[in-house]
Design a protein around this ligand. Structure first.
Ligand SMILES: [Zn+2]
Ligand SMILES: [Zn+2]
Length: 348
């Protein structure tokens, strides 16, 4: 019997009787991070990192939660479980599972470059590694974060000089927090859509230090936003909610912006290829660092990435999951207006 198996409800540990990021309601789940495709409603007991818990409570309401620090062991029926930094968003974790000298690691989503707020991706040795592959094609090759931040900062400064508001489209959980230090270095006046603000507020209450953000309220006069930067989720784009910021410049922050034409298709003036996922080389480095002799590849370009691993001497198989292939999708349809501010858009 395999330590972890793939079932129609999700990744399952028969010996420990728990699931990892199940997509159907189950009794016990270990959650890698709070994006909606990985942390779903209906499970009785959730185990997660301390900084994932407030987000699960915000999104999933009252349930039984146990939260742990990275590297802290929890036992379920003799199976040793520990969480390790995944570097994807604040609180995101890889799940290490050990039983009788056998070790598996389920990555959830991850990125190998340090972003300064999510914790640095930790390579964890294992026999079998389950990896995501959202950007698992060689064309995905990120610029260093600092370089992208300079581009964003120059864009913000230029807009202000021209008397325009800068509107950044970014996922409310993850990208929005990551952008704050970058923005605040050049402009301390930052406003957020309610969806972004709710996540921000949950993190601040949990003790995460983030630059100050003001929530956009319906009764605010247009004057207040002059010279500011606004962070909004994808779904706010093209809605009446945006009118209060005219004149503004619009930029989308997403890994998909690396592909030419995507910014234009989304009506943005500009696209910044800033991703919370590993790029092609990041995925390869991560796989190699685990020392795993077997790799399962999930959501993304799983067949291409899995084939590449097999051709390069690492036994690999692709696995169909219900994790969002929508990750970082440009038209993520959630959050139609400010009233939907409690939901959290899918990942980026
Ligand atoms: Zn994912
Ligand atoms: Zn994610």
């Amino acid at each position: 019997m395999s330590l972890l198996t793939f079932t129609d409800k999700g990744i399952f540990c028969p010996q420990g009787d728990f699931y990892i990021d199940p997509w159907k309601p189950v009794e016990r789940a270990v959650i890698t991070h709070a994006h909606s495709d990985h942390a779903r409603w209906g499970t009785h007991f959730y185990l997660c990192h301390h900084l994932t818990k407030p987000l699960l409570q915000l999104r999933l309401g009252d349930n039984q939660y146990q939260s742990v620090e990275w590297n802290e062991a929890v036992y379920m029926n003799g199976v040793r479980i520990s969480l390790h930094p995944a570097g994807h968003i604040i609180g995101s974790s890889q799940i290490r599972v050990e039983y009788k000298d056998e070790v598996w690691v389920a990555s959830g989503d991850y990125k190998t470059e340090s972003d300064g707020i999510s914790g640095n991706f930790e390579p964890v040795k294992c026999d079998t590694f389950i990896t995501e592959s959202t950007f698992g094609l060689p064309i995905y090759n990120w610029k260093p974060q600092q370089q992208i931040f300079y581009d964003i900062q120059n864009w913000i400064i230029k807009n202000k000089d021209e008397g325009k508001i800068s509107v950044l489209i970014a996922y409310s959980l993850g990208k929005a927090q990551r952008l704050l230090p970058c923005i605040s270095e050049v402009n301390p006046s930052i406003f957020a859509h309610g969806a972004v603000w709710n996540v921000h507020d949950a993190f601040v209450k949990a003790g995460v230090k983030l630059p100050e953000v003001k929530r956009v309220m319906p009764d605010m006069s247009k004057e207040i936003f002059k010279g500011s930067v606004v962070i909004a989720p994808q779904s706010a784009e093209g809605t009446g909610w945006m009118k209060r910021f005219v004149p503004y410049e619009l930029a989308v922050c997403s890994g998909w912006m690396q592909v030419r034409g995507n910014a234009r298709r989304s009506n943005a003036d500009k696209g910044f290829a800033l991703s919370d996922h590993a790029d092609w080389n990041g995925l390869l480095d991560a796989v190699e660092a685990t020392g795993a002799h077997k790799v399962f590849v999930t959501h993304g370009f799983q067949s291409a990435f899995s084939r590449f691993l097999n051709e390069n001497g690492i036994e690999s198989a692709e696995v169909k999951t219900e994790f969002g292939e929508e990750e970082e999708a440009i038209d993520n349809g959630e959050l139609k207006n400010d009233n939907d501010a409690l939901s959290i858009a899918n990942s980026d």
